[in-house]
Design a protein around this ligand. Structure first.
Ligand SMILES: Cc1cc2nc3c(=O)[nH]c(=O)nc-3n(C[C@H](O)[C@H](O)[C@H](O)COP(=O)(O)O)c2cc1C
Length: 304
């Protein structure tokens, strides 16, 4: 417990403690994918309650390929003042904020996007070039808004994990086949992100532990691309929903103030029941613990 509340370093980023909120789609953007003041305040609430590093839910770098109606977009239309509000608010409490960037790939939702989801083999070379630029643009915008770092989402069955997964990547050109080829797009994206944000800006990845076949080899490839850290997850956390828990650790969706309670000694365990309710409501409305009916009432104005 003592170690938990001691400072740590992630790349050049000084963290006040070792508590990280893993990316969680807040479902608090509007129907067009624009973030809202409530989205920013939800992140600030975590920092206020002793979370040292908050990672935003995944932002889609292409507004035509969102994974659900609550997912925000990070492109030229994104309201920078709200990104700044989140960064400034998190910093006010000594926390750090990383933005997670993603493309939905085969999990894009046609009813939301008006366009079918995209599989790796659907991308022309020009579209891959464009995608690399979209990631680079997004990280620049995050940095300009005061973000402390970025996480590129390579797990959970979204586009970059589709490229890694030999069952989902059916390309026969230099982007398909061997691990080196399947990694090629990710490498281009990571190098472009690095070039856009500079050598000192922390860049981490969410890594897929079971979709590419060879995790140690994959981690080495990430290292060669200059990533500062890898958060290891899996193909799709939702697919574990049939198991006892769809995650390894309980806590912050149920109690955003869990870290603060730990620190003050008010509580030494999470109240999360591992009921999986947050996954059940996922994509239907804002993300809160389903045990908290009073809070759910409070957010009823949000249309999903
Ligand atoms: C409601 C909900 C929303 C989530 N949204 C995201 C997300 O936007 N990006 C992401 O990488 N993971 C997301 N996750 C997954 C968690 O960050 C975490 O990876 C997952 O709970 C499994 O834990 P593990 O990665 O330790 O296996 C979400 C999880 C839940 C329950």
């Amino acid at each position: 417990m003592d170690l938990l509340f001691t400072p740590a370093k992630l790349g050049t980023c000084e963290l006040k403690n070792r508590i990280v909120r893993s990316a969680t789609n807040e479902h608090l953007s509007d129907e067009k994918g624009q973030v809202t003041p409530l989205w920013a305040d939800t992140l600030i609430e975590l920092a206020k309650n002793e979370v040292g590093l908050v990672i935003t839910g995944h932002f889609c770098v292409d507004k035509m390929q969102r994974a659900d109606a609550g997912q925000p977009v990070l492109d030229e239309t994104t309201d920078e003042s709200l990104l700044r509000r989140a960064c400034d608010g998190v910093h006010r409490y000594g926390g750090k904020l990383f933005f997670q960037l993603s493309h939905s790939g085969i999990k894009g939702v046609e009813s939301v996007n008006g366009a079918p989801p995209k599989h790796p083999e659907d991308f022309t070379r020009e579209e891959l070039d464009r995608l690399v630029e979209q990631f680079a643009f997004a990280v620049k915008k995050c940095k300009e808004s005061g973000a402390d770092g970025v996480q590129v989402h390579n797990a959970h069955g979204y586009l970059l994990s589709n490229f890694l997964n030999p069952e989902e990547n059916l390309r026969t050109d230099e982007y398909g086949g061997s691990l080196e080829n399947r990694f090629r797009l990710i490498e281009r994206i990571l190098r472009a992100v690095r070039a856009a944000c500079g050598a000192d800006f922390p860049m981490i990845v969410k890594a897929d532990s079971n979709g590419c076949g060879d995790l140690p080899a994959l981690l080495q490839l990430y290292e060669c691309c200059g990533v500062d850290g890898a958060e290891v997850s899996g193909i799709d956390f939702n697919r574990r929903a049939g198991q006892k828990t769809p995650f390894y650790l309980d806590a912050l969706i149920c109690e955003p103030d869990f870290a603060a309670k730990l620190k003050s000694g008010a509580q030494d365990g999470s109240k999360c029941l591992a009921c999986n309710g947050c996954c059940t409501i996922y994509r239907k409305r804002f993300v809160r613990c389903v045990q908290h009916q009073d809070e759910i009432e409070q957010f009823k104005t949000i249309p999903w």
